[in-house]
Ligand binder design. Structure first.
Ligand code: ILE
Length: 443
């Protein structure tokens, strides 16, 4: 049985879906705590540089491969370069999508639980106790992870157009409105000046810390959904004549704006209440509820808006991770989308359970980190940059210049030659340097 491949219904649908993939927990939950721990503005500057020098070429390269090959992340390399080891990049992508979704679903579940709490009255009392009690529980976080994964599976089950495209077209505008509204509100709370100083005034000492470079580059990969096959898979549902350069630029600009505006939601509120930005992974879950509680009724409403925003952002990203694996197994096992989605989704859910349990119920640590934190840093700081590096080398060094420009849809753009140089030399060198710094730092 050869199945007909699906395509996007419109170019706008593709843009919304790819933006949905990019904008996620990475922009709100991960960006705020990574920046909080990375010294604020120093992290921001290195992150913005990584987005420009690495993020843009890698995204355009993933798009070029996907649109050219019209197939899943592993098969794409087999089709373009048969019998070569380059398909390792696709394999790494599918593996990364699998592993990331396992713990992503856990945090998506936390967000849903918090949305539900604010819908039914809000979180009162010590919010750190509440959070630690909740994530340290055995069943409750797994129950919410189950609901979150169920929603993810449901959307992917419906297919590219009826599931992913339709849901993204609804969710992305709602997300944007909620985000801008919340930032406007947060800026009135009295911490705006301090937040601006924290976010935009460089602390030069942080530039000498190698770990800031690693986490900033890891963040660029994570937030733009690069190195995990997601952008490659999504662009494989494009018709061959669809524009790529402007789409990549649009998605990158919006994703970055989303992260910055999320910073303007979180940090002004944080400083207004004298709380610590370096709190770590629990930042939005432990710190923000204090603020919402202090604000009374309007705080409950803001809390609900915030956690619904977080849940929807997580969902539109989770579907792209699941789609990477689903697209691969539909072809590999030659089974229907519906069956593959349910089976693969269920396996990823089960794989996420140790991450959930590692938050207090059972002590599961690897190299001194909880299982969840380990999965996060292992995929973000190692797998994604490695997968991205192999993809850039593949395109930069095995395609002719003409092919690179043509498939990147940038041949007639004045920036074409610059893009070629960046893709061939600058981006791989930058990724390599940071990866090596990461290894040395780790040893
Ligand atoms: N890019 C999204 C985010 O920032 C996901 C990362 C897909 C795994 O959350």
């Amino acid at each position: 049985m050869v199945q007909k491949r699906e395509h996007w219904g419109s170019h706008w649908g593709f843009i919304m879906a790819a933006m949905g993939s990019a904008v996620g927990l990475g922009n709100i939950w991960r960006f705020s705590y990574a920046m909080g721990q990375g010294g604020g503005s120093a992290f921001l500057i290195i992150y913005l540089l990584s987005v420009l020098v690495i993020g843009f070429p890698v995204m355009l390269i993933e798009f070029s491969i996907g649109r050219r090959a019209q197939t899943d992340a592993v098969d794409a390399f087999k089709k373009i370069a048969p019998g070569t080891p380059w398909m390792a990049a696709g394999g790494l992508g599918v593996l990364a999508a699998f592993l990331i979704l396992s713990f992503y679903g856990v945090i998506g579940g936390w967000s849903l639980r918090y949305s539900f709490e604010y819908l039914t009255g809000g979180i009162t009392g010590d919010s750190t106790d509440f959070f630690v009690g909740f994530i340290g529980d055995t069943f409750s976080p797994i129950f919410w992870q189950f609901i979150f994964m169920g929603l993810t599976i449901g959307i992917v089950y419906l297919g590219v157009q009826k599931g992913i495209e339709l849901s993204s077209k609804w969710m992305m505008p709602i997300l944007s409105i909620l985000l801008v509204g919340l930032a406007a509100f947060s800026l009135t709370l009295g911490g705006a000046a301090e937040a601006f100083a924290f976010m935009f005034q460089p602390d030069w000492a942080a530039f000498t810390d190698p770990s800031v470079y690693i986490s900033a580059m890891g963040q660029a990969f994570f937030t733009l959904s690069l190195g995990m096959g997601a952008m490659l898979t999504y662009s494989s549902y494009l018709e061959p004549k669809e524009r790529l350069t402007s789409s990549a630029a649009f998605i990158i600009v919006l994703d970055t704006l989303f992260a910055l505006i999320s910073g303007l939601v979180i940090f002004p509120a944080l400083f207004a209440y004298g709380l610590d930005p370096a709190e770590g992974a629990g930042l939005v879950f432990m710190v923000l509820p204090n603020i919402f509680e202090a604000l009374g009724g309007i705080g409950t409403l803001a809390g609900f808006a915030f956690f619904i925003l977080l849940s929807m952002a997580a969902l539109s990203s989770a579907i792209s991770l699941l789609e990477v694996a689903v697209a691969y197994f539909i072809r590999k096992l030659n089974m229907s989308r519906k069956k593959v989605t349910v089976i693969v989704g269920a396996i990823i859910f089960l794989l996420g359970i140790p991450s959930s349990l590692s938050q207090g119920a059972v002590s599961i640590t690897i190299f001194g980190e909880s299982f969840l934190d380990f999965m996060d840093s292992f995929t973000g700081n190692l797998l994604l940059p490695l997968g991205g590096l192999i993809m850039v080398l593949f395109v930069g060094w095995t395609w002719t210049k003409k092919e690179v420009l043509h498939h990147g849809d940038i041949a007639h753009n004045p920036l074409g030659p610059l893009y070629f140089l960046t893709a061939k030399f600058v981006a791989p060198a930058a990724i390599l340097v940071v990866l090596i710094m990461g290894m040395l730092n780790w040893l």
